[in-house]
Design a protein around this ligand. Structure first.
Ligand code: ADP
Ligand code: ASP
Ligand code: MG
Length: 405
């Protein structure tokens, strides 16, 4: 008998009608004789709404209470699914993370699942029941509720698949699979049949919202195949798996294009060019959990001073500015900010063996008069920072240039 994990995202359980629809999907898997485990997100919009409420109560909402609050959406969705399955005559019940329990490490709001004690869960599964488990939440060693980062239900599903040694882990969402770029943003995006962990890991980390980055890392580390597909239409989705030999490899260097917006570029001009300066700048930012992304240091012309440029998200700008201005350990001539920027990235393992990809990317952007402000590369991706007003144009020209249309 196969064990199958079915994870439903917010839109898939976004209304009573949708919950009835996904209950039918669950019903079909069960009728085929599988052991079925369900992981659900909150109904779409619910988590955002709870976050807004927390801000109205206090700008400094206590972190542990914040996690209790924002994880409640999953509880409601799970009870509704279980209720519908019971209505259809199936044995099903909801499981909160603390009832299993799902144990986590790390800070509130950004914990990671490190252990699942599945004895009770297995007993229930073996008795023919369908457990409906809250995604996104866990408990820590103080027995307090934790959450594992926005979109964390993907990671919950993958860790449960690992723990139960499941044959399949299917992430049901509102698009037909993973596309070459966000299909809601670029109508020529194409569905990808099969993608490697490393590629989707880069895509997810660089802004493709379809999978949560931590969840892909968990899948990769544990060698779990994941299928991403639609709960709206019954069509084959995308298989996320280990490295494989690609057909049409010669033609396709790039697998996907990701983008982020609301990036801000900060330049600290005229800082001393000596060891330790960069550490002095970035240490307090890191302590305040400010995520620094692209970093460039200019070559010092006089050997004494240099300019340091880096990017952050716009929501962190105020705090970052304050931290830099109050930093007594650094001296500089000028601090400047460039807002409304976007990062566009092309990703593909094909790039490792194909020279000239960088040049093709820059030439394509230049042909549309798109100015590049910062560049960063790794073995399988190239990212550029541009003005956010050019995002759509940039994606379109790169999609075409790399034969993804
Ligand atoms: P869920 O609520 O099911 O977890 P998400 O909103 O987290 O769904 O992820 C699905 C969304 O991801 C899609 O609606 C789509 O707009 C967006 N997306 C971004 N990049 C991609 C991509 N490369 N392929 C597919 N979807 C993408
Ligand atoms: N409900 C949570 C969120 O909106 C977790 C999830 O959907 O996976 O971030
Ligand atoms: Mg999601």
């Amino acid at each position: 008998m196969k064990t199958i994990i079915l994870k439903f995202g917010g839109t898939s359980v976004g209304s009573i009608e949708r919950i009835k629809k996904v209950s039918q999907i669950i019903y079909q898997y069960k009728k085929k004789g599988n052991k079925v485990v369900v992981v659900s997100s909150a109904m779409s919009g619910v988590t955002n709404d709870l976050i807004k409420k927390s801000k109205l109560i206090s700008k400094d909402f206590e972190r542990a209470e914040y996690d209790v609050l924002v994880s409640t959406g999953e509880q409601a969705a799970c009870a509704l699914i279980a209720g519908r399955l019971n209505h259809l005559g199936l044995k099903a019940r909801s499981w909160m993370s603390w009832q299993i329990p799902i144990l986590t490490d790390g800070p509130y709001s950004n914990a990671r699942i490190n252990k699942i004690i599945s004895k009770q869960l297995l007993k229930y599964l073996n008795s023919g029941g369908i457990p409906i488990i809250t995604g996104f939440q866990g408990i820590n060693n103080l027995s307090r509720l934790t959450t594992i980062g926005r979109s964390g239900s993907d990671a919950s599903a993958i860790m449960i698949a690992k723990n139960l040694n499941a044959s399949e882990c299917i992430i049901y969402t509102d698009v037909e699979g993973i596309y070459t770029t966000d299909p809601r943003f670029h109508k020529r995006a194409k569905k990808i049949n099969q993608i490697e962990y490393d590629e989707i890991l880069e895509m997810a980390s660089l802004g493709s919202k379809v999978m949560q980055p931590n969840s892909v890392q968990d899948a990769k580390l544990n060698n779990i195949d994941v299928i991403v597909k639609s709960s709206f239409v019954n069509k084959p989705g995308t298989l996320i798996t280990k490295s494989f030999k690609k057909k049409d490899f010669g033609n396709q260097i790039i697998t996907g294009i990701s983008s982020t917006k609301n990036d801000v570029k900060i330049t600290i001009a005229g800082v001393k060019d000596k060891p330790g300066v960069a550490a002095y700048i970035f240490e307090p930012l890191s302590k305040n959990l400010i995520n620094v992304d692209m970093v460039v240091q200019n070559i010092s012309l006089n050997g004494k001073e240099t300019d340091l440029t880096f990017t952050i998200k716009s929501e962190d700008l105020k705090r970052t500015e304050k931290i830099i201005r109050e930093n007594k350990n650094i001296f500089y001539k000028k601090l400047s900010f460039d807002k409304n920027l976007a990062k566009i990235s092309i990703i593909g393992v094909g790039m490792i063996t194909t020279p000239g990809t960088t040049y093709r990317m820059f030439k394509a952007l230049a042909s549309k008069k798109i100015n590049i402000m910062v560049i960063s590369t790794s073995e399988i991706k190239i990212s550029v920072l541009i003005s956010s007003k050019f995002i759509k144009k940039a994606i379109a020209v790169l999609h075409k240039e790399f034969n993804l249309d």
